[in-house]
Write a protein that binds this ligand. Structure first.
Ligand code: C2E
Ligand code: SIN
Ligand code: SIN
Ligand code: FE
Ligand code: FE
Length: 489
């Protein structure tokens, strides 16, 4: 419909620039004139539709508010109102960016630019951003090393949220049994799928595994689906099914299953995201499984290490003719003391190992010196004082004992710097060696030696107290005495 010459004149050049849609309304909202700029884009009856609805009928609530506001402000000084609004024409949604001006005879002129393309792009970008954010949060969850069940639960939340589907689950392929079992699920009303056990090739998920591709069922209600073997399945009212293989490093680890209770609009973006999220899930599962295997291997290795260390320290006890359980007592006292001083976890493990191996260097000392029932002469002392160095030579090649070697290396250093082998003083002596020195001397003094009988506990304690600041770290002495006075050592 063409505009009257009169109106065209009033609009002026500036409004023509927006002329994808132009119309004139009376003050009460009746559409008087209507004109679409590019008639091929819009249905032929578009103006008819608009006119039938009236201004109030087709504007969104938001746009109507802007219009009202405009009309009230117009009394004060005729500004232009602008707003965006959607318009359904011939069943399709269009978006317009509108300018509204009032004419002298109280009519309203609305001129609008078609921003449908822009709106669609904006919507698409928003959706993509939401998906990217979902992927980032999944990445974060994977990197934070959560346990697999928790991780899958987070992943499925994101899948449901971002793909706008009703339910999803993950079936894991047990590599030994060669069987798919349920690992996690979200959005189900029943627990029917939790009992899933499928061999590759069986059921929809089994087909996904065998053929390593997505299986889609667009209408589960039609019948003929494998879910019919589950009597309760219809109560879930699922319509659409997607089964996606979870593949990492070329291995199928399981299936991501997606269910929706109404028909699904799965465009290219949606399918892309489904594929990405399936890839992420596969990586998460692969990581978690690797971590579990590594933990197990580490645990077994740790047991092997400890057994080796035990064997060495027992061999040394035998050689030194120490009574059985002697080294174990030293280890126990050291561990209690270190714990009291706040040592934890791997530091404590290193200290335990260090204590067990503290005199391993003595295996190199000749019997004539080790078992001499008298004070050592100058030359014998020289050799005896090498035992920490021998320990370092023995243990140095063993990487996992690097930290533990502190104790065999420096347990004869003294706080005042008069010890050996490196004449370290004060805090130059590693904390582990400083605390162990107290245990070592206490244990030596209260044990029989070839060159003397065991001291009484009280004499040993008095000696140690006296050596605070000389042999021993003065801050550790009271702690040690306290430990021995309150415990039954
Ligand atoms: P050990 O017997 O295990 O003694 C460890 C540390 O406890 C000694 O380091 C020393 O600081 C302290 N300790 C042990 N017994 C006594 C003692 O009777 N009096 C005092 N004041 N402190 C004692 P140290 O002195 O560096 O000795 C290292 C190792 O040398 C000893 O280990 C022991 O195997 C050997 N050793 C030390 N003195 C003699 C000795 O007179 N005769 C023999 N055959 N061996 C000795
Ligand atoms: C001492 O009896 O003071 C010397 C022996 C030793 O240090 O073990
Ligand atoms: C240790 O592991 O030796 C205790 C920590 C420290 O070196 O101070
Ligand atoms: Fe020693
Ligand atoms: Fe010793």
């Amino acid at each position: 419909m063409a505009l009257s010459l009169d109106i065209e004149h009033k609009l002026g050049d500036s409004l023509q620039a927006f002329a994808d849609l132009l119309f004139i309304a009376s003050e009460n909202g009746t559409i008087l004139e209507c004109h679409f700029g590019n008639s091929s884009t819009y249905p032929a009856e578009a103006c008819e539709e608009i006119r039938n609805k009236g201004l109030d009928g087709f504007l969104s609530i938001e746009a109507r508010d802007r219009l009202k506001q405009y009309l009230s402000e117009r009394q004060e000084g005729g500004k232009t109102a602008s707003f965006e609004f959607p318009l359904i024409l011939g069943g399709h949604e269009f978006w317009f960016d509108a300018r509204l001006v009032g004419t002298a005879n109280s009519q309203l002129i609305l001129s609008a630019r078609d921003i449908t393309k822009y709106k669609q792009t904006e919507h698409r970008l928003k959706r993509q951003l939401q998906r990217i954010n979902a992927l980032r949060s999944i990445d974060f969850a994977i990197a934070s090393g959560l346990d697999l069940n928790l991780l899958l639960s987070i992943l499925l939340d994101r899948v449901i949220e971002t793909l706008h589907v009703d339910a999803a689950d993950v079936l894991l392929l047990d590599q030994r049994l060669n069987e798919l079992t349920y690992a996690a699920g979200k959005g189900f009303h029943t627990n029917i799928l939790q009992h899933t056990r499928l061999k590759p090739g069986h059921g929809h998920a089994g087909k996904v595994v065998l053929e390593r591709r997505i299986v889609t069922i667009s209408d589960l209600t039609k019948g003929g689906s494998d879910f019919e073997r589950l009597p309760l399945f219809p109560s879930e009212k699922f319509v659409v099914y997607f089964g996606v293989p979870l593949i990492a490093k070329g291995r199928v680890l399981g299936v991501l299953e997606i269910f929706h209770r109404s028909p699904l609009h799965s465009d290219e973006d949606w399918m892309d995201f489904l594929n990405i999220i399936a890839g992420q899930t596969a990586i998460a599962i692969d990581n978690a499984m690797m971590f579990k295997e590594l933990q197990k291997a580490n645990f077994e290795l740790g047991l092997a290490y400890n057994a080796t260390i035990d064997a060495w320290s027992r061999a040394l006890d035998l050689r030194s003719k120490e009574p059985e359980g002697h080294t174990q007592r030293v280890i126990d006292l050291t561990t209690r003391f270190a714990t009291l001083l706040g040592v934890k976890d791997t530091d404590l493990l290193h200290i335990r190992r260090g204590a067990a191996l503290h005199d391993i260097g003595k295996v190199v000392i000749p019997d004539t010196i080790l078992f001499k029932p008298a004070p050592l002469n100058h030359e014998e002392w020289h050799i005896m004082r090498q035992h920490p160095k021998y320990a370092v030579d023995l243990l140095m090649p063993i990487k996992y004992l690097e930290k533990a070697t502190e104790i065999p290396h420096w347990h004869h250093e003294k706080w005042d710097g008069s010890g050996y082998p490196d004449h370290l003083g004060g805090e130059e002596v590693p904390f582990s060696a400083r605390l162990f020195a107290l245990v070592d001397v206490y244990d030596a003094l209260t044990s029989d030696r070839p060159y003397r009988k065991a001291w009484l506990k009280q004499d040993a304690l008095r000696y140690i107290e006296h050596q605070a600041g000389k042999h021993f770290d003065p801050r550790l002495v009271p702690e040690f005495l306290n430990l021995l006075n309150t415990n039954g050592f």
